[in-house]
Design a protein. Sequence first.
Length: 276
Amino acid sequence: MALMNRIRKNPLPGLSTQAFVLFALLLLLDSCRSAKDVTIFNDLQGETNLVPRSVLDYRYRIKLNDNLFVSIVSPNVELNEIYNPSTAGSGTQGSNIVNVWSTQSGQYIYGYMVDNDGYITLPSLGKIHVVGMTFPECEAEIESKANQYLKDVTAKVRLLNYKVTILGEVVEPGIYFNYNPDFTIMDLISMAKGTKNTSALDNVLVIRQFGNKSQTFKLNLNSAEALNSDAYNLLPNDIVVVQPAKFKNLELRLPIYTLILSTITTFLLVLNYIQN
């Protein structure tokens, strides 16, 4: 009875209290993170503040089980047909040329896989040891072997299984294939449609495989110092994890808090209406 009298006499303070709590919660959410927390390289303010980037050696070395694209051009017409990148293994029907390299399945089937001994087997040239080589070294080795039988041979070698994985607080996490040798973590984040507001840009992990071991790098993308990290340029099979910020826990609970406050506010409004 005393509670009913208290509500009847002064129901609005209760409403004011709930409104204040809701306002305080919204203010808390707004103050949890500053604009700098969600800004990449937020310490860059002009050209004078640019951080010189280290010139690092990102030349990839061929590994076991790599799938390689090999193109060989020479005066030999038959050899050119075998290594034609548009029709290798597919044949032609009149003017209809089937491009076997346009799909991942075609790349997998018609690429040249490095076997467990480090060799690829090329038509007419046989087995060539390529593991541990850079692409220019591999091209030179193929040209050297082909020049034993032909003249003026030009070889091109590219990696078909250059894939990277990104997980965590990005819009579209997943596996992405890349064909650019200078591929950075910014390129990958762009392919994943950017980071979410709940991402911890100062705690981005890059997991890199070295044989049967792995190495983990931590990047602070809020700072331009990340440009000098060994993990800024990504390598095939790298895994990038954009960690969630502590703020995310509050965001996940916000609908529950809002529902509770809304229910209390509605109850008090209805009670106030009945009493009046």
